[in-house]
Design a binder for this molecule. Structure first.
Ligand code: ADP
Ligand code: ZN
Length: 600
């Protein structure tokens, strides 16, 4: 293992292994198979890249994501590792050259798309050369139940049959047990060692707030906490994606859109901008994100409720891969609950599927309404129990604990109002009746004569909405099957109406700014010289990235630039100590950096 450590330092420029990396690398380098479950940003790539350099022959990396392969290879070239891609982005001429070099032993790593790997031609080709290992990235793509299913992945079991002596490593950031089992079964990894890392992402701050005016709330969030940062805003529908992107642009932000209804060209253009330019806000449906390994995504915002905690965690996990502070922010309201419930009810799926979907939604809702640490809830959902302490200190609940109040009487009023009006109306009308508003509709239905008219004057409309939202989330009210949004009583509501059960609800909390701009956390420490230096480094990085045709982070991560500003190294030896500067980058960029840093 001293060899692995020296590769880590010299080639990658990192001082130490993270988490289980060292163990995984040793296991694989010694020829063992393994399955690696590690959260996004945990450092999975090094787990096969270093063994690829330690073992004889070429490491074949299977990945379904063309853009990701290309960026990884570009990053490897930057640090002087011999790597190539073989996928549909190459012309046949280019592909032949790659194949020739492969046979000549000129690569340490070769990234291939699964459909290419499975061709007879390719399988014959690699039978002629020494293979260091097979790395199966995004291994959850074998799962037929997951939304990233790739049929070719199932056939990857052929690797073990044809090359029984070549070690395999399968990697995924998907945490649930079922997927794990499916990967082992389908890829024939029964003998493989399993490395499970904690799925906690301590640098991500979770915030879920009441939706009042989502656009205004989003803008406030972006302006106060993320000015100039890159991030993703998720919306449920294509229409909302387009409208939100247009609106943010009109507000002076650099926003682009992405959804499956756009042309391939438009999509890849916007994706490229997001990857290459700085500070782009990507407004997207969940069609966007898989395989985006941009390390400096500073926030992920949800304007609509995700269907499950799995989805929420996967999407928010795209923030802060570089380990620096990042925000997962969401607004959520009654409409979301009704919409998601309705989508399940109206879907054509089989009953069993609907039940699973409903259960997942329940779990998501209880995460939204929780009065205890959100991180703890999420990790427990994935079967991970943390130490005795259950407060992470980095979610909105921990930072600003919500008050709960005894809402039994109010809930009874609301239930009886729904009942007296025939269980035919949505929350808006019921609130009008409770608050005694003489609207057209109230008059039309004679609802000013029901006994619940005006009995809820004492609560503000906003509070009533929150009460209704939580009642639906708690299953005390349910939407009808006809999709009108009418609220009906449930079995659970009976006990409350009879006074047999007390109901505690969350007090509404306002959007709160927990800190200065997250980026500002670091900036606050910078004086004007340092700030100037930071800017100069960023300008130099942008120019260099452009010349090389790669995203800025491929040249250096923000983490590296921060360290440069902080440490202000003046010699090659000092530069060598900085995270992310290996031999090759020192060679290429050392002089430029020293030139810039001379003024500090
Ligand atoms: P994953 O594929 O698990 O999402 P990556 O392999 O892309 O994560 O790694 C995430 C980031 O962490 C990358 O920018 C990588 O360079 C960095 N990284 C990985 N291992 C280390 C380490 N031991 N020390 C410092 N940085 C690391
Ligand atoms: Zn917490």
């Amino acid at each position: 293992m001293p060899k692995a450590l020296s590769i880590l330092k010299e080639v990658f420029g990192y001082p130490a292994f993270r988490g289980q990396q060292a163990e995984i690398i040793a296991h694989l380098a010694n020829g063992g198979d393994c399955l690696v479950l590690m959260p996004t940003g945990g450092g999975k790539s090094l787990c096969y890249q270093i063994p690829a350099l330690l073992r004889d022959g070429v490491a074949v990396v299977i990945s379904p994501l063309i853009a990701l392969m290309q960026n990884q290879v570009a990053a490897l070239h930057e640090i002087g590792v011999r790597a190539a891609v073989l996928n549909s982005s190459l012309s046949s001429q280019e592909a032949i050259i790659v194949e020739q070099k492969l046979l000549a032993g000129e690569y340490d790593l070769l990234y291939v798309a699964p459909e290419r790997l499975l061709t007879t031609r390719f399988l014959h080709l690699i039978a002629r050369i020494p293979i260091a290992l097979f790395a199966i990235d995004e291994a959850h793509c074998v799962s037929q139940w997951g939304h990233d299913f790739r049929p070719e992945y199932i056939q990857l079991s052929v690797l073990h049959e044809r090359f029984p002596d070549v070690p395999r490593i399968a990697l995924t950031a998907t945490a649930d047990m079922d997927t794990r089992k499916e990967i082992i079964e389908r890829l024939g990894l029964d003998e493989a060692r399993i490395f499970v890392s904690s799925f906690d992402r301590p640098n991500i701050r979770y915030q879920i707030i009441d939706k009042t005016n989502s656009r205004a709330q989003l803008l406030t969030f972006l302006r106060t906490e993320h000015s100039g940062d890159a991030g993703i805003v998720y919306c449920l529908s294509r229409k909302k994606v387009e409208e939100t992107a247009a609106w943010l642009t009109a507000q002076g932000l650099r926003a682009v859109a992405y959804h499956a209804g756009m042309s391939m060209q438009e999509r890849s253009l916007n994706q490229e901008r997001f990857l290459r330019e700085e500070g782009i806000v990507m407004v997207a449906t969940i069609a966007f994100g898989m395989g985006i390994d941009k390390p400096d995504v500073r926030f992920v915002a949800h304007l609509d409720l995700p269907k499950s905690i799995e989805g929420y965690y996967q999407e928010t996990g795209r923030a802060g891969r570089d380990g620096q502070a990042a925000n997962a922010w969401m607004v959520y309201g009654l409409g979301d609950v009704i919409q998601q419930r309705r989508m399940i009810e109206e879907s054509e799926a089989q009953l069993k599927f609907k039940q699973v979907a409903a259960r997942k939604l329940e779990a998501m809702l209880s995460l939204c309404e929780t009065t205890t640490c959100r991180r703890f809830r999420i990790l427990r959902y994935f079967g991970e129990t943390t130490d005795d302490t259950t407060a992470c200190g980095n979610c909105d609940v921990c930072l600003n604990p919500p008050q709960v109040w005894d809402a039994t009487v109010e809930v009874q009023k609301a239930l009886s109002c729904a009942y007296r009006t025939g269980q035919n109306f949505g929350a808006g009308h019921l609130i009008d009746v409770l608050r005694g508003n003489l609207t057209q509709r109230v008059k039309e239905w004679n609802h000013d004569r029901v006994s619940t008219f005006g009995i809820g004057k004492d609560l503000h409309e906003r509070t009533w909405r929150a009460v209704f939202r939580q009642m639906v989330a708690l299953g005390l009210l349910t939407t009808d099957n006809e999709g009108h949004g009418s609220l009906n009583l449930t079995v659970a509501s009976r006990a409350v109406l009879k006074g047999q059960q007390t109901v505690y609800l969350r007090q509404q909390t306002k959007q709160k700014r927990f800190s200065e701009s997250r980026q500002g956390d670091d900036f606050a420490l910078l004086d004007s010289t340092e700030r100037h230096l930071w800017e100069q480094l960023r300008i130099w990085r942008a120019k260099t990235a452009k010349e090389h045709g790669v995203p800025a982070y491929v040249i250096f991560h923000d983490t590296t630039l921060r360290e440069l500003v902080r440490l202000c190294p003046q010699t090659e030896d000092e530069l060598r100590q900085v995270t992310g500067i290996g031999v090759r980058k020192l060679d290429k960029y050392g002089n430029h950096l020293i030139e810039i840093l001379r003024n500090c």
